[in-house]
Design a protein around this ligand. Structure first.
Ligand code: DAT
Ligand code: MG
Length: 140
């Protein structure tokens, strides 16, 4: 099982810009299977908890405000080497540094509002998936 799943969010900027469909199409085209998905709106508390590892960073407050500013799509994706391959597909945190053809190069506005989240390790993929989904909401 290790290495097969990652967790993603389509962030409020990309949802507001009407890019849910475009981003999901890119995800599917790369061979990721969606095993869980929901359209939801995080409270400030939930966004703060999700990004708690960044609590000490100067952008934390801004990040929490942004992530709770509108609806998001949360999903668990399955594929061999899911975490690494998905990070490649989304591109660098700052869209100015993201490679051409990546989701962030196409759809992110700036380093703070960068269209998508992708887990950075197998361990965090599991923690983040569990944060958003009950066992009964995950399909194989
Ligand atoms: P990533 O989302 O690529 O894993 P991260 O974990 O370092 O990046 O940061 C989480 C989010 O915090 C990121 O997607 C957007 C925001 N962020 C990161 N660095 C930032 C910065 N220098 N200024 C504003 N927001 C930032
Ligand atoms: Mg990160």
């Amino acid at each position: 099982m290790a290495g097969k799943r990652t967790f993603t969010m389509i962030k409020p900027d990309a949802v507001a810009a009407g890019n849910i469909g475009n981003i999901l199409a890119m995800i599917n085209k790369k061979g990721f299977k969606i095993v869980a998905m929901k359209y939801t709106h995080l409270t400030k508390d939930q966004a703060g908890q999700f990004y708690a590892v960044h609590k000490k960073r100067p952008f934390y407050r801004e990040l929490v405000k942004f992530m709770s500013s509108g609806p998001i799509v949360a999903a668990i994706l399955e594929k061999d080497n899911a975490v690494e391959d998905f990070r490649k597909l989304i591109g660098a945190t700052n869209p100015k540094e993201a490679k051409k053809g990546t989701i962030r190069a196409k759809y992110a506005s700036n380093v703070g509002e960068n269209a998508v989240h992708g887990s950075d390790s197998d361990e965090n993929a599991e923690i983040e998936g569990d944060f958003h989904f009950a066992r009964t909401e995950i399909f194989k």
